[in-house]
Design a protein around this ligand. Sequence first.
Ligand SMILES: [Zn+2]
Ligand SMILES: [Zn+2]
Length: 335
Amino acid sequence: MKAAVLENEKFNIKDIEKPLLADKEGAIIKIHGSGLCGSDIVKIRTGAAKDGSVLGHEIVGEIVEINTKTPFKKGDIIAMGHHVPCFDCPYCFSGNYSMCRHFKSTNIFPGGFSEYVFISEEHLNNTVFAITPHLTDIEASFLEPLACCIRAVKKTGLKDRTKNLVMGLGSIGILMGEALKAYGNEVYGCDLIKERALLSENYGFDKSFVLKDEKQVLDEMKKYAPIGFDNVFLTAGASSALDFAVKAARDGANIIVFSSVKDNNGFKNNDIYYRELTVTGSYSPSPMDLEDSMNFLESGKVNVKGLSTVYSLNQINQAINDTLSNKIMKAYIQI
Ligand SMILES: [Zn+2]
Ligand SMILES: [Zn+2]
């Protein structure tokens, strides 16, 4: 089968062995397409993904072979999360499902940028959702990234009518804002790119700012959040955003860290102490977040129409370049 295989920070389209179900419990999925995740790009750039690996986890596809005790059957179109927690360890007991060692060790095989993957019975039991015909494949491919955002929103304690700032208005920033809205909150955004600030307002943001002159933007934000924002979400992956986030937050606010930064910069102890800030990381979704995500997509509470640009598997390197140069919001690799 065809797959995009990583070699020297680039993908080469190669013929590799198709995964076999044999006598295992689980299913073989014929991939329709996979969203290109920011984390895929980070894994390539940092060397976390080794040569020879096949990436891609935001998959949509059809069950073509199955051996299961679950109700899933051949012909079902599914979207899914790729990691499964054990529900029976200190991490899981504390709700830190994405830190569960079992969660980290589970995955689809070999990866979504290929024609077929094997998924386990555990996936079928916990993280796989059948797609109804009124969701398109591209819409369904947002199941996992939207679930990541829902998890981050839940980490704020899920109070409604809060004032939130999302810093970084790429596709994840937009999804974060829409998730916050779906839970009944006010959402403000900021980005260096004017088009992205404008676009976010089409997806329900109450107001977005172009981050040019920091002081001017902070002054303008005061009109909407006089004492600062209750929650600030960092979806930009830029160290320069940390300082601004602290300034935009109200005393006692939550700062949700949702992206890695290159230079490993951090928050200042005394800001956190004297201003009673809570800095919270949010990483990857639990099965419950995936379920909430599916409900938001199915009900139309979160609208993902128009966010994706479609590429063929052969164009995957172009998709990465266009993502990195901010030419597109989100790439969907059609297989
Ligand atoms: Zn992802
Ligand atoms: Zn666990």
